[in-house]
Ligand binder design. Structure first.
Ligand code: 4NP
Length: 157
């Protein structure tokens, strides 16, 4: 599950891009993908029109995504909770006061080992949607390699 503040820009972009990537590799039935926000500001809404436009430009759609707010249950249900910035990390960790799920709550961007930064910037006010696409797509490409590698390792154990 990808998580940002609003589930309106960054996490829907990661959600749609990662599904697109899984489809390309024939893995769409193997890995469940979802997204949410730490706030409920955009509950039930479609993603921001600017991020929908960037996704369409790169060959995938965010039309099926509706805003939702992360819940404690999500921490149990999902294998990885991938947040966009340190503020999201704080907010999600606050849902886990007994640190039961701390190992699965991680920043997304460090999966891209070539990045020297660990946050995905919020494009809502700055409008840097194309830059955010580049950051998110690189991190998601690296995430898929990580997931397929760790799956192979656990299969051969
Ligand atoms: P997101 O961006 O966390 O990437 O979805 C934002 C979307 C909406 C708002 C802030 C950030 N907002 O203030 O409504």
């Amino acid at each position: 599950m990808f998580v940002c503040l609003g589930n309106h820009c960054r996490s829907p972009l990661a959600h749609g891009y990662f599904q697109h990537l899984l489809k390309k590799h024939g893995l769409e039935d193997e890995i469940e993908v979802d997204s949410s926000g730490t706030s409920g500001w955009h509950l039930g809404e479609r993603p921001d029109s600017r991020v929908c436009h960037v996704a369409e430009k790169h060959g995938f759609s965010l039309r099926h995504i509706r805003g939702q707010k992360i819940s404690r249950n999500d921490l149990e249900s999902f294998e990885l909770i991938l947040v966009m910035d340190r503020s999201n990390l704080r907010d999600v960790l606050a849902l886990d006061p007994h640190h039961q799920y701390a190992d699965k709550i991680r920043l997304l961007r460090p999966f891209d080992t070539e990045s020297t930064q660990d946050e995905v910037p919020d494009p809502y006010y700055s409008g840097i949607f194309e830059e955010v696409y580049t950051i998110v797509s690189r991190a998601c490409d690296a995430l898929l390699v990580y997931l397929t590698d760790s799956h192979q390792t656990s299969e051969s154990d």
